[in-house]
Design a protein around this ligand. Structure first.
Ligand SMILES: C[S@@+](CC[C@H](N)C(=O)[O-])C[C@H]1O[C@@H](n2cnc3c(N)ncnc32)[C@H](O)[C@@H]1O
Length: 366
């Protein structure tokens, strides 16, 4: 993608660029977001973005769409059809879908939903800048659990193609102020919509220990959910968990000192995933969406879902399998599509992705 997101940092004047020395960091690596990502300071570091992209890395503030050709292959969006991208994110998949729906000036339309009120307007601006007006694309600030209501408001009888690329975007992960990362310190927030609900810090401070245990088990298959939940509940009485690095460091110090380092890091990752799923009520949104999906698809309509861990994938697999058995779907292969080794190398965040798809029974109207 060639367009850059709005620069969140003040851009230095050319005088400052000439005279200001690079700040010295207390440790080996810069800790602050603005020091870490040179591509966010295009005046100071004009070649940074090109250099990062040439190394196959994702630019901070952007997101690389995963399994694009595979998704276009299974969804097969045709000119003039109606589509929904339930998880707009950076808009990468949306632009690809729009390219197909609007081929040769066809009147295809795409709705782009996202719960994130900070990123949604940026994605919309990017899609407008790519030449898609309100006839082609409508951005909808909504949880995808509310898709049937969104379609009713738009007076759509259903969509021909629907995509959901679950989880979080690179923009959300990379910004420490959102609280998804523990590579840089930030508030323990983890909300996809920071204007609603409670932060992970508040959730962790008030949750009952058996609920915490269930969240660790269901959200991340944490093998030591019982003892970890009890230890977290004791520790929070002494010092409440408020910052991402504080929680990560505590987790690294917990448990068996002989645990291998990579298992300790996997545990930290699992706990952050479980917290994210809990504070955003992700499973209940996904279950509601899967239940309402058949009614949102036109006969012959196609749906594709990208999942990133077993809790998500299980839900999608079972919903599609049930739909196939009861005749709601005419196709829903059991096999998943995975990113090629090349894609995984070029974009390590794609490594755990699995693509499932289904086709609603009945003849396509077009
Ligand atoms: C992996 S990113 C999508 C990236 C996108 N496909 C692209 O090409 O840029 C997932 C996005 O889904 C959004 N999201 C997660 N759960 C959601 C939900 N229940 N309803 C609506 N949006 C959701 C997140 O805020 C995030 O922006």
């Amino acid at each position: 993608m060639s367009d850059a997101p709005p620069d969140p940092l003040p851009t230095p004047s050319s005088e400052e660029v000439v005279h200001k020395r690079r700040p010295r960091y207390p440790g080996r690596n810069p800790r602050a977001f603005e020091h870490k990502y040179k591509e966010l300071r295009s005046v100071q570091y004009p070649d940074a973005a090109a250099h990062i992209e040439s190394r196959g890395k994702t630019l901070a503030g952007s997101h690389r769409p995963i399994l694009v050709q595979e998704i276009l292959g299974v969804l097969n969006p045709r000119p003039g059809e109606r589509g929904v991208d339930c998880t707009l994110g950076h808009g990468g998949h949306a632009l690809e879908l729009l390219g197909r729906l609007r081929t040769d000036g066809a009147p295809g339309r795409l709705l782009g939903l996202d719960v994130d009120p900070l990123e949604l307007p940026r994605a919309e601006a990017r899609i407008r800048a790519a030449g898609h007006d309100a006839d082609a694309f409508v951005a909808v600030p909504s949880n995808f659990a509310g898709l049937p209501a969104v379609l009713a408001r738009m007076e759509w009888d259903g969509a021909d193609v629907i995509l959901a690329d679950l989880g979080v975007s690179s923009m959300q992960i990379d910004n420490p102020e959102r609280g998804f990362t523990y590579k840089s310190d930030g508030p323990l927030d983890l909300r996809l919509n920071p204007l609603r609900g409670v932060s992970a810090a508040e959730w962790l401070a008030g949750v009952r220990v058996n609920r915490l245990e269930a969240a660790l088990r269901e959200g991340a298959d944490e093998p030591r959910a019982t003892s970890l939940a009890a230890a977290l509940a004791t520790a929070r009485e002494v010092t409440p968990f408020r910052r991402t690095c504080q929680l990560a460091d505590w987790l690294r110090g917990w448990g068996d000192k002989a645990d291998p380092k990579d298992e300790i890091e996997r545990r930290v990752r699992r706990v952050f995933q479980a917290l994210r799923i809990a504070v955003n009520d992700e499973y209940s949104a996904l279950d509601t969406w899967l239940r309402g999906l058949p009614a949102c698809l036109r006969p012959g309509g196609r749906v594709a879902v990208l999942t990133f861990h077993s809790g998500e994938d299980r839900r999608v697999k079972h919903a599609f399998r049930r739909g196939l058995e009861d005749g709601t779907y005419s196709e829903a292969p059991d096999e998943v599509l995975r990113p090629s080794p090349e894609e995984q190398r070029a974009n390590p965040r794609s490594s755990s992705a699995k693509l499932r798809w289904a086709r609603r029974a009945g003849e396509t109207g077009k």
